[in-house]
Design a protein. Structure first.
Length: 117
């Protein structure tokens, strides 16, 4: 969480290296994930329709931020991007094995059709 007590906490007194930037972006992604978790908890915890709508919108903006940061991370660290692609391919293969998704990437079933299984 933020450290508002120190007004200089976010200041960096020098330019950072590419490796440090990559680490910083990973930390930024973790922060966005934490924000999504917190906003979603607030959405689930209230019955106020306006609060639900505003908080859900903010939560979803954080998800977009993760997409931006992941794209930047993939650009800065191509080796890591390859690892992400490997992991994605593994899960897609498992989805195909379970007949949850076809090789074309389209869903073969819906959540409703899986309930009876």
């Amino acid at each position: 969480m933020a450290s508002f007590a120190n007004p200089f906490a976010g200041n960096i007194p020098r330019k950072i290296s590419k490796e440090e930037l990559i680490q910083a972006i990973r930390l930024d992604i973790a922060g966005e994930l934490e924000a999504i978790f917190v906003y979603d908890a607030h959405v689930q915890a209230t019955e106020d329709p306006l609060a639900k709508k505003v908080l859900a919108d903010i939560r979803d903006e954080e998800k977009a931020h993760i997409g931006e940061l992941m794209t930047l991370l993939r650009h800065l660290d191509p080796d890591e991007a390859e690892r992400f692609a490997e992991g994605e391919a593994e899960v897609k293969e498992m989805l195909e094995q379970l007949n949850i998704i076809s090789p074309s990437g389209k869903a073969d079933s819906t959540v409703g059709s899986l309930i009876g299984k």
